[in-house]
Design a protein around this ligand. Sequence first.
Ligand code: AMP
Ligand code: MG
Length: 412
Amino acid sequence: MTPDPKLLSFSEARQTVEQYAATLGPTQPEMLSLLDALGLVLAEDLRADRDFPPFPRSTRDGFAVRAADVAATPARLRCVGEIKAGATVEQSAIKIAAGEAAEIMTGAPVPAGADAVVMVEYAERDGDVVTVRRAVRAGENIVPAAAEARQDATMVLRGTRVNHAIVAVAAAVGRAEIAAYRRPRVAVLATGDELVDINLPPGPNEIRNSNSYSLAAQVYAAGGEAVILPVAPDSAHELALLLRKGFQSDLLLISGGVSMGKYDLVEQVLASFDARFLFTGVRIQPGKPVVFGEVALHGRTVPFFGLPGNPVSTMVTFQLFARPLLDGLAGSKPQPLPFAQASLKEEFTIKTGLTRFLPAQLGGTHERPEVELVRWQGSGDLMAVSGANCYIVVPPDRERFAAGEAVTVLLF
Ligand code: AMP
Ligand code: MG
């Protein structure tokens, strides 16, 4: 018995998964060396171990001065020394009195008595005389001590995904190891009698199982760990056995077998596990037959997706709907989809009725990002996506697009 159909719009379906993701608990935290935590979610706040910056920091190469002394230019000051980044004890003992200046480098501590830095471009030094040709405001070119963060202040919140910027903060506060939530385990189950594994030679009417690998790659990039199960044939009994295995993970992704064909058995076998279906289709293309739900088994509730088997459909529906669950399972808020706007290079027309995600190539310049469709043979066309870096997003009511028009793209 197949479940009652629940066909949602793209926004409704996305909302459904985001709300569901927010109810998921995080996995166990573990201590990892800093770079091993890249792409995972912080399980602790990162705190400032000292003031940031720890001293008033010059942001320029130039001369530390009293702003009042250079209000009228040119101003001639007496140069009392030089202070470089990582200043020595003697350099940091320098004090600036009225009429004095010190040569200073970017990243060096501004000496006591000075309240501004004149950029080297606006001053000349001749022996111990500095001539300043441009006035500065008090505070100019100085970041005061603790202006970025006070000692013990939280710099990054638990639940934040670790990217290069978070790595930089952790490094700056001296954390060679940080606590991150374990990668959620995501079972990946490809279905179809025509599929063979990639290390076997395919028969004339067989094709290699690429979806398990593209999904595993997407899972890994989303901070998860993929558990690739053996390919399930189009038989209810064997499918049920493999689904049962899949439900041991934190999330189960099934590819194929969710369309209307005679051998598309996934929904009916899921129903035999008393699955609760949150949707059984979304008005999108590619990916319309996508299924989302949960199964309660052995005292655990495990979410699952039935993703359509066409390789591009599988990729798109993972990104649109499964990705937020990886955020939720790892203790982070669902990250918004990376939409952007670009100017369309060539006109096109498309049938209305569904929200479409068309493989495209984004390029151009920062002043004028441009996007063009890649030619494709439909949602089975792996070649096309391999040459794309985004999808053009077409709302269900749009039919004609003119060259030069601004369109929305979804970045990979
Ligand atoms: P299905 O969703 O099962 O109807 O499959 C739709 C299309 O995707 C068919 O042409 C399948 O052969 C193909 N397909 C299904 N699963 C995979 C897979 N794991 N790898 C590559 N292609 C697949
Ligand atoms: Mg199939």
